[in-house]
Write a protein that binds this ligand. Structure first.
Ligand SMILES: Cc1cc2nc3c(=O)[nH]c(=O)nc-3n(C[C@H](O)[C@H](O)[C@H](O)COP(=O)(O)OP(=O)(O)OC[C@H]3O[C@@H](n4cnc5c(N)ncnc54)[C@H](O)[C@@H]3O)c2cc1C
Length: 415
């Protein structure tokens, strides 16, 4: 049976960050990464750039040198993990083999959800989640192609520009009453909608796809309004779910994802979890949440590896944070942008110029922010929230004019 001191399931950013940290913390330990995708570890975040043709397949790889993992003495296995035998400290592979571990990291990420609608298994209906998905989309999304994008959430908004840039005609269908509903309030979501409409997209909010049917190689998409259209491609971006099913009957505590403590350890000995499959500490609320973004995955992987190699490292929690470039309009949301009971909020709106700032406070501390059209001072917003800076008199000034962010930061760092 194969064995390694450290076995990592998954080959995304959480896994790669963990493997490299393990290598620097434990020079002699054996490290194995198991990935079900038969390809060099790559970044899903790079897929939109692959779709626009700005980068090649190699450009999506997390590490570009072809012998990077060999040089680091990290073994890559291409196999799907079917289960974990925690008692005997082994992972079971779908192919029948087993690999025993000293310490195990589950970094299996998430998978896109397909709503239970007729026709979503037809050729020409794709997620945009893997490199193979992106290749399949590229084949159908040529100049003049008609595309329906289901879902205007974080991932939908990231890929819509890539689809447009291929010369396609795009209709976005979103069930909620605004775009990016989990990241934006009404004002911001509708500003984004208006921006996309001006860019030539059709944005249908409060609308659902009812069914998709074959139309002689094309796809007949019917909406819940009864309207229908013949299109070349349907892209489904309607949410994701943590990849934890293979580990669901072994006593691991699982809610939205695998529950981990501040050392990234699960409730079972010698088993850790990181990234999109893990429900880690939320910096803002102190509760446990899945923050499915790459910076969180990388940080999780790094902290998990330090603890796996015996160096106690505590994680202060991930900040709920999204920065989007939607067809050229930058938007961002941080922390508790919805505000908290008893807290204050301040808004500045310039609808004509697509500018919006919404700040949320608890006492005199900034706890969340939402911006549209702001390319400067985004790092400052994050910094003020994460440092829990007491703003004093600057809270009153920001309530009057939320755009004085940089001044408030400078004033508070020089006090
Ligand atoms: C199109 C797109 C654009 C994105 N853009 C951004 C962005 O701009 N900014 C941002 O912060 N985030 C972005 N994200 C989200 C980001 O990619 C994820 O948060 C990040 O990939 C999570 O990393 P991870 O290592 O936890 O999981 P993943 O990257 O999903 O990696 C999981 C790995 O586990 C493997 N695996 C799963 N199950 C098994 C199994 N049973 N056996 C073996 N291997 C298994 C998978 O094959 C994969 O290699 C984007 C995502 C997509 C799809």
């Amino acid at each position: 049976m194969k064995q390694a001191d450290y076995v990592i399931i998954g080959a995304g950013p959480a896994a790669v960050a963990a493997a490299e940290t393990l290598r620097s913390s434990d020079i002699n330990g054996s490290i194995a990464i198991i990935s079900r995708e038969n390809i060099s570890p790559y970044s899903r975040m790079a897929l939109p750039y692959f779709l626009t043709g700005q980068i090649s397949q190699k450009g999506t790889y997390l590490r570009k040198s072809s012998d990077h993992y060999k040089q680091q003495n990290i073994t890559l296995y291409h196999a799907t993990v079917a289960g974990i035998d925690a008692q005997n400290k082994q992972v079971a592979l779908e192919s029948g083999g087993r690999i025993s571990y000293g310490k195990l990291l589950i970094a299996t990420g998430a998978s896109p959800i397909k709503p239970p609608l007729p026709g979503l298994d037809l050729p020409g209906v794709h997620h945009c989640w893997t490199l193979n998905d992106a290749k399949a989309i590229a084949e159908r999304a040529g100049d003049g192609a008609n595309i329906v994008l289901m879902g205007a959430g974080f991932i939908g908004c990231i890929i819509l520009e890539a689809l447009m840039s291929r010369g396609a005609s795009l209709t976005v269908v979103e069930a909620e009453d605004r775009m990016v509903p989990r990241m934006m309030d009404d004002v911001a979501g509708n500003m984004l909608k208006s921006w996309c409409e001006h860019k030539g997209m059709t944005i249908l909010t409060s609308t659902r796809v009812a069914s998709v049917a074959d139309a002689g190689g094309k796809l007949d998409v019917t909406l819940d309004s009864g309207d229908s259209d013949i299109v070349d491609l349907v892209v489904v971006a309607t949410g994701v779910k943590a990849n934890v099913d293979f580990a669901s009957d072994m006593g691991l505590e699982i809610e939205e994802g695998i529950k981990i403590d501040q050392h990234m350890q699960t409730n079972l000995p010698d088993i850790y979890a990181a990234g999109d499959c893990a429900q880690g500490r939320d910096f803002s609320t102190g509760l446990w949440s899945v923050h499915a973004i790459q910076p969180t995955a990388t940080e999780h992987g790094h902290i998990a590896a330090l603890n796996m190699s015996g160096r106690k490292a505590a994680y202060k929690g991930s900040l709920n944070m999204n920065v989007l470039d939607t067809a050229g309009l930058i938007s961002s949301s941080f922390g508790q942008w919805q505000g908290v009971e008893g807290g204050d909020s301040a808004q500045s709106i310039d609808a004509e110029r697509y500018r919006y700032t919404n700040l949320a406070f608890e006492g005199d501390r900034l706890i969340g922010a939402l911006t549209i059209g702001r390319t400067q001072n985004i790092g400052i917003l994050r910094g003020l929230i994460q440092s829990r800076t007491k703003l004093g008199v600057w809270k009153t000034r920001l309530m009057k004019n939320p755009n004085r962010i940089a001044e408030s930061y400078i004033a508070n760092t020089h006090m």
